[in-house]
Design a protein. Sequence first.
Length: 249
Amino acid sequence: MKFKQLSRIVLGAIAGVTLMSAIIVGGSQLAHAESAAVVTTNKKIAKTAMVAKHHSGDIQRIKVSGKTASIGSAIHHLKSYSKTTWQANRKLKVSEDGQSTTYYYVRNTKGTVAGFVKASALKRGTTATTLIGTAKSQLGKHYRYGAVGPYTFDCSGLTGYVFKKAANKTLPRTAQSQYSYHSHVKKASLKKGDLAFFGSNAMSISHVGLYIGGGKMIDAQNRGVIVENVSAPWWHVVGYSRPMTVTQV
């Protein structure tokens, strides 16, 4: 056998071993990227608004088949979505290496990002960004007494729609009941996402708007859904309330 032919055979064998090693290593890496766990709980839950408790968590892909869950690597990081409100609709509890972990399946309000997040990285609530963004998306729509959306609104119909859409929170129907039902806050403590109420006195509330900061609110009135000053001369401020604690981002 000629030297050149022998060299080709030897080099081919080495290349084959190298390729096989790469396949084995690659397969090992893939196996480590997706681990199996035992499913102990997998159930739908009422849609719940949540925000990140801390931003070190991941959004993961998990495949569930019967009592087995294949836990993949991160597909997104919570730190990239600091202003996002997540809608959770499923609770998954798994056991892996003797340790139990609870996940929520979450989706952002726009429906563009979804996956499983560890329950320890989330808490119930919504962000001011989501709440105000939902209100801003209604700007320009017409006013109609008694209307609760999504095409026309009266004042309390708008605030009720925004909280339900952004935070899955149901508010009382009328401006008077929204004022009476929720905890009041002082003007000095006013935060984005609070409600501002107007009328002749506390027992005669006739209007409500969503406070968005900078002395402004979004409300539904005769000119439709608009942004205006809380201190506009045609309104008499009676007080403010906080239907829920909103993360101020």
